[in-house]
Design a binder for this molecule. Structure first.
Ligand code: RB5
Length: 148
């Protein structure tokens, strides 16, 4: 599985640790984030990873900024993206099972590295349950086509 990862200046260290963590687990990781502490604009990276997921360049995306909020908002503007911000593993797991999220975001200034790893594990190991959840996800995605 290919995972695209993106981050701003607030999350360079955490991004590097997460890349190593994922690679050790056998995932192929594509780095779309910044690698320097120089102040930058998180929407650029949310968009890059969102587009990589939407086009199938990668299977799933992980985004990290200070809070995870801004970068996930940007990703969610890309058609086909369902990004979730999580600070704990339960919501991460349910976001896959019920909402079929394809991008996971969290904040390097909000959670520690061990919590981030737990969140990632729950998210990657969960599977979409379909059925009534598919109907609801379809309803979410239909909103994208209401206004061009
Ligand atoms: C950068 O200072 C900060 O605004 C950004 O990392 C993020 O938290 C935005 O949502």
């Amino acid at each position: 599985m290919r995972i695209g990862i993106g981050n701003d200046h607030a999350a360079v260290d955490m991004k590097n640790e997460i890349v190593n963590y994922l690679q050790e687990k056998g995932y192929e990781v594509v780095n779309y984030g910044t690698n320097t502490y120089e102040s930058c604009h998180y929407p650029e990276y949310g968009k890059k990873v969102g587009e990589a997921v939407a086009t199938g360049e990668v299977d799933l995306g992980i985004l990290i900024c200070g809070t995870g909020v801004g970068i996930s908002l940007a990703a969610n503007k890309v058609k086909g993206v369902r990004a979730v911000v999580c600070s704990e593993p339960y919501s991460a797991k349910l976001s896959r099972q019920h909402n079929n999220t394809n991008v996971l975001a969290f904040g390097a200034r909000v959670i520690g590295i061990e919590m981030a790893k737990m969140i990632i594990d729950e998210w990657l190991n969960a599977e979409f349950l379909g059925g009534r959840h598919q109907t609801r996800v379809d309803m979410i995605m239909a909103i994208e086509d209401e206004r061009e």
